[in-house]
Design a protein around this ligand. Structure first.
Ligand code: ADP
Ligand code: ZN
Length: 747
């Protein structure tokens, strides 16, 4: 019998698969997991295609080692997911292992040890608070968060604590060793959505615009076609999704529904549950690995035909995908900002093509990418121009802070905004105040020497959190006590001043300015997981008058009692060195404005700003997404920016500033040579290399190199050549190079 060989995608950082011999008696068919020898190690990987007799070029059969073990009798990745993984690896220039292991739940990839987990009894670790920390006990940021959470809750499971505070089991064990908490094992994790209040009212009768959208998409079921459903906030997009999903289920197919952050949208899940019952798998990062594994198996078996989750739900092993919905398709969180750096909206289109089904992108403020696709006739545009319940859109007005200087001691509120909040509270109506910066003061500045207090590990200022009495780095979580005098050796003055404000300061100021108002704050410092659900419930029950928050409050919440929304400083995001700064600001303002006046009373929005003439603000004022998109597209065209051109960024970092710079220049040099050799050398170009806007994070120096091309294929070719050179290159071990195709983050 002739020998048979397979290619295996392995979790190693090289841009190739590895060939192994298939021992007799093993099927090793495409999509099964196998254990293989790799140098002195053993790794778990996925077979990428069926065995054949082909050996890699120039390699003798005697060099090929045999597979050690086949871990699954049947493929865990079906043909559709395999094709998706292959596409993803090519497009994003990923090491195949990174792409091919992505769909599998954590328990099935075995991590570094190569030991895949098996599904066993489900127990979960539960932490109980023993005592609060004393004032002089030095605890890290994470540890303090754990204790804060437990003080509120009494007890919590380890997966919940991880989701809410980021603390690992290890951190919990250290806290246990210090006598602050006690850990115990308990059986069966709880469903994070188990406490959701059911939302049940009969399905509304679709409006004419909804009916048209529902019928158009339903008529397209059974074949690939992309739709952009553009509908103002409250126009009933979710209702359209639900109706089309009904039609999909009636055909015996299933649906994938991607939402930006499932933990922030418990209401949406509750609505889906109310309509579709138990057929829903809600993929939540707070689930422990065994629970996720079990869900994965139930989805694969066809038992749960509707899958809702954040970006990774795109890889759910649904056997028959009849529809993919991407809600809030413009949201940046669909791009994963750690490896593998994929964009779930873009991959949704690929999976839709593979599955032969419609892909429905929904947004009030579509991304430029999707908008351009409607303009070029690639996506069908469906519009819901009015709110479903005949509610007027809120009136939005700008408050020019140059003319209306802040009147309070903390310099936060203009008189018009303060009056409006006071009035609203007096009337018993609810208010949301939005500011995209958490903490108390933006930073501490020494008035004597002019220096501000920075993180020792990062090139950013530390944020002052007064409630915690700590300075915190929002990039590396470094925590420091507040110095009494300026730490600058040549200064030492005691003139440290709190500059700027964050949500914590707004909350405090509000309590003083309007003592009768019940105020709560919602940001990453105060709210995660179940505490978030409770806060949302309290707000909906009107136990809170004013909710102050970061962009968490802007998400798709539906609070009928909110009639006033205040934006404290609209331009916070505009100054970022990000080509999408205007787009992001427009999205956020529109989104946050959409929280006002959703029920019977009309809403209004006051936007404080020092930059009232900015076009992103002007168009948000009139809810005119089309006008904004047209203006922004023109600008991108003039500046040759995506989506008109195609962009990728190489990021380099390491502890040695010179080595990083040197490597970045070397990379640019080679790429420039490749570009010069193109048939049309004008069709691609570089920007940089240059230090990243934040030059240092966690002690590592950072450089960036942007590669831009007019055609996607040109970019792909350039990146492919660069990546294979990097595979061969002998870079210093502590120097990291990563590639981000279609980057969303530029810091
Ligand atoms: P979107 O997803 O566009 O923000 P939703 O689907 O959440 O909008 O709808 C906004 C509100 O209008 C919800 O309370 C929803 O129940 C209601 N609604 C949606 N469609 C209709 C309809 N056809 N008739 C009456 N109410 C509707
Ligand atoms: Zn830092």
């Amino acid at each position: 019998m002739t020998a048979r060989y397979v290619r295996v995608a392995l979790p190693v950082p090289l841009h190739r698969t590895f060939t192994y011999r298939v021992p007799d008696g093993m099927s090793a068919s495409a999509g099964v997991r196998v254990r293989v020898p790799f140098g002195p190690r053993r790794l778990v990987g996925v077979v990428t295609d069926d065995p054949d007799e082909a050996l890699p070029e120039g390699v003798g059969a005697e060099k090929i080692r045999p597979l050690l073990e086949q871990l699954d009798p049947e493929p865990v990745l079906d043909a559709q997911l395999r094709a998706l993984c292959a596409w993803m690896a090519t497009y994003y220039h990923l090491p195949p292992g990174e792409a091919w292991l992505q769909p599998l739940p954590p328990g099935m990839t075995g991590g570094r040890s190569g030991e895949p987990r098996t599904l066993t009894m489900r127990t979960v670790t539960v932490a109980h608070l023993v005592r609060a920390a004393t004032a002089d006990e030095r605890l890290g940021e994470r540890m303090s968060r754990v204790l804060q959470h437990l003080e509120a809750e009494g007890q919590a499971t380890a997966p919940d604590l991880r989701a809410e505070t980021g603390a690992s089991l290890d951190t919990l064990r250290r806290l246990e060793a210090r006598g602050l908490l006690r850990l115990e094992q308990r059986e069966v994790p709880r469903d994070p959505f188990a406490d959701l209040r059911p939302i049940s009212h009969p399905p509304p009768v679709p409006t004419a615009a909804q009916t048209l959208a529902i019928e158009t998409i339903s008529a397209a079921l059974g074949g690939f076609s992309p739709f952009l459903l553009m509908g103002v906030t409250g126009s009933g997009k979710t209702e359209v999704y639900l109706r089309v999903i009904d039609a999909v289920l009636a055909r015996g197919d299933g649906a994938l529904v991607l939402v930006p952050e499932i933990a922030l949208t418990p209401q949406l899940v509750a609505r889906f549950r109310a309509r579709l019952g138990d057929r829903i798998a809600a993929l939540h990062s707070g689930l422990d690995p065994d629970a996720r594994h079990e869900q994965w198996l139930r989805i694969a078996s066809g038992e749960l035909p509707v899958v809702i989750g954040a970006r990774s739900a795109l890889f759910a092993p649904l056997p028959s995908v009849g529809l993919i919905v991407v809600d809030e398709e413009h949201d940046p969180s669909f791009k994963q900002d750690t490896a593998p750096r994929y964009h779930a909206r873009d991959l949704a289109l690929v999976r839709g093509q593979l599955a032969g089904c419609p892909v429905l992108l929904g947004s009030a403020t579509p991304s430029l990418e999707s908008w351009l696709n409607t303009q070029r006739g690639r996506f069908t545009l469906l519009e819901l121009a009015e709110r479903a319940l005949d509610r007027p859109m809120p009136t939005v007005s700008l408050v020019d802070l140059r003319a209306h200087e802040p009147v309070d001691e903390d310099r936060i509120f203009s008189q018009p905004l303060l009056d409006a909040v006071r009035e609203n509270v007096g009337r018993g109506e609810q208010t949301i105040l939005f500011l995209n910066r958490r903490g108390f003061a933006a930073f501490l500045l020494c008035r004597a020497c002019g220096q501000s207090l920075s993180c020792p590990e990062c090139s950013v200022t530390l944020t002052w959190h007064r409630g915690r009495g700590r300075l915190i780095c929002h990039w590396c979580d470094h925590v420091a006590a507040r110095p009494l005098v300026c730490p600058n050796a040549s200064c030492g003055d005691d003139a440290l001043q709190e500059v700027g404000f964050g949500t914590e300061r707004v909350e405090g100021a509000l309590r003083q300015l309007i003592p009768e108002a019940r105020v709560a704050r919602m940001d990453r410092d105060t709210t995660r997981g179940k505490a978030l659900n409770r806060l949302l419930d309290r707000f909906r029950d009107r136990a809170i008058d004013v909710l102050v928050g970061t962009q968490m409050v802007a998400k798709g919440h539906d609070f009928p009692g909110v009639t006033l929304v205040g934006v404290l400083l609209a331009e916070t995001g505009l100054a970022l060195p990000d080509p999408r700064a205007a787009e992001r600001t427009f999205h956020l303002l529109t989104q946050i404005a959409g929280r006002a006046g959703r029920a019977d009373r009309p809403g209004r929005v006051l936007v404080q700003t020092y930059d009232p003439d900015h076009y992103a603000l002007r168009h948000a004022l009139t809810h005119d997404a089309r006008a904004f998109l047209a203006a922004e597209l023109e600008l991108r065209q003039a500046l040759d920016r995506p989506p008109v051109t195609h962009l990728a960024v190489f990021r380099l970092n390491g502890p040695d500033a010179d080595a990083v710079m040197h490597a970045a220049r070397g990379l640019a040099h080679e790429l420039n040579a490749d570009i010069a050799a193109l048939p049309d050398p004008e069709s691609a170009w570089l920007m940089g290399p240059q230090p990243a806007p934040i030059e240092r994070i966690r002690g590592l120096f950072r450089w960036q190199l942007h590669v831009i091309a007019r055609q996607r294929a040109t970019l792909g070719g350039l990146l492919g050549r660069a990546m294979s050179r990097l595979d061969e290159a002998r870079l210093p071990a502590n120097l990291q190079v990563s590639l981000d195709v279609d980057p969303q983050s530029f810091l």
